[in-house]
Design a protein. Structure first.
Length: 397
């Protein structure tokens, strides 16, 4: 689960991280109140969407001299004017995709006098099975370019889970960031704070880009992006409350209600598969034959008829779906349950696109019988290869 920048900053502040004062707002009136309360003389008006690259982003309905999704303002009037332009508009950034995201909330924050912009993140480094810091002196808006062009400017430092962040670790981070006092001591403290926040809240990513050194020599968290491990959310009701469903894919929200592993994608072939590995293989083979999957969907092991029905409805509700491939290898999952779910869903919502079904394994004959006797227009396939070719042909012609 992702949260907004202002929420991430509030979480980090509780652990003692240095963040500026700021107020989240939903309307231009609130913007005026917030700006007055913060007092200036410099404010920043920041679009709150679950995507990065806001500073360099551009609004879809261009306004004169579009200054992107993060704007400096030097008076209350300027804050309000920017809030008017940004609220309700659609911001397109490198991370939103061409459709962009509508800005419904803004964060009005005290402006900082920036001397240096640094990069710092924490993530789960799966190659070593540890939480790792990633830092670079080249912070700001284009860390992806730094990683590509000058990877030696990035330090990855895995943390021993038993020892936690040692003074030696923190010192190494501060040295890599070329920090002088008082920033150096503050960074050593911040490293421990961030590691504590990351591990105790079960984060999967914590990215601060930029972490800044201000003209007065102190450091500050200027941007914050935090993702949490969904499987650990039950331990953090305070974090679950921060969920903003308007930022999430509707189909994914619906799928999460049925405990389905579903990820929406951009292609045209809807997939219903059991097992994550088989789902990945199914997506691969669809691509191999020249089409693109519309989703990843693993209905899991012991899915009920209701769950299969819900899954099928989610797939058909996607207007991009021009064909559906059901690929089930019945082990714990029974082929007859899948067939019943598919038939029930089609009776409910209809079927307007070609459907290819490949069933194999437990109760396969019963499953095929249910589909054959349903009177529905289903193309049967013998194996994965055959199934993929048939659905791609049906969609691409
Ligand atoms: P994004 O990463 O989505 O573009 P950031 O929060 O990193 O958004 O903001 C982009 C840039 O805007 C920062 O690199 C910084 O230069 C500037 N900026 C952001 N917040 C402030 C602030 N409070 N004071 C001054 N400048 C800011
Ligand atoms: Mg940033």
């Amino acid at each position: 689960m992702n949260i907004h920048e202002y929420q991430a900053k509030a979480v980090l502040k509780k652990f003692g991280a240095p963040v500026a004062s700021g107020i989240a707002i939903y309307s231009a009136d609130e913007a005026e109140k917030a700006a007055t309360e913060l007092g200036g003389p410099l404010w920043v008006v920041k679009s709150q969407i679950h995507a990065g690259g806001r500073g360099k982003g551009r609004f879809k309905e261009p306004v004169a001299g579009d200054k992107g999704g993060v704007r400096l303002a030097r008076s209350v009037e300027e804050v309000v004017e920017n809030a008017r332009q940004m609220l309700g508009s659609t911001l397109v950034t490198k991370q939103t995709g061409p459709a962009g995201k509508q800005v419904n909330r803004l964060y009005i924050e005290a402006g900082a006098d920036i001397a240096r912009e640094l990069y710092l993140s924490l993530l789960v480094d799966r190659t070593v099975g540890q939480v790792a810091f990633v830092v670079s002196t080249e912070g700001g808006m284009d860390i992806e370019a730094v990683a590509e062009e000058t990877p030696d400017k990035i330090l990855t430092l895995p943390i021993d889970p038993q020892a936690g962040v040692t003074d030696a670790d923190a010192g190494k981070l501060a040295d890599t960031l070329e920090l002088q006092e008082p920033a150096r001591s503050e960074m050593i403290e911040l490293a421990k704070i961030l590691y504590e926040a990351f591990t105790s809240k079960d984060m999967s990513l914590l990215e601060i880009n930029p972490l800044i050194v201000m003209e007065d020599g102190h450091i500050r968290v200027l941007d914050a992006k935090v993702s949490f491990d969904n499987n650990a959310l039950f331990r953090h009701p305070d974090i679950v409350e921060l969920r903003d469903e308007t930022e999430e894919d509707e189909k994914e929200i619906e799928a999460s209600k049925y405990d389905l592993a579903y990820i929406a994608l951009d292609g045209t072939i809807g997939c219903m598969v059991n097992g994550a590995g088989l789902a990945m293989a199914t997506m691969d083979i669809i691509k191999l034959y020249g089409a693109e999957p519309a989703n990843f969907l693993d209905v899991g092991g012991g899915a009920s008829k209701e769950k299969v029905t819900a899954a099928f409805k989610i797939i058909t509700a996607d207007p991009n779906v021009k064909g559906i491939l059901v690929n089930i290898f019945g082990g714990i999952m029974r082929c007859d349950t899948i067939a019943e779910g598919v038939v029930a869903a089609i009776k409910d919502v209809g079927l307007e696109v070609p459907l290819v079904v490949r069933l194999e394994g437990t109760k396969v004959e019963e499953g095929k019988k249910i589909l054959n006797e349903s009177g529905l227009n289903v193309t049967a396939a013998d194996d994965l290869d055959d199934a993929a070719q048939k659905i791609v042909k049906a969609v691409n012609g």
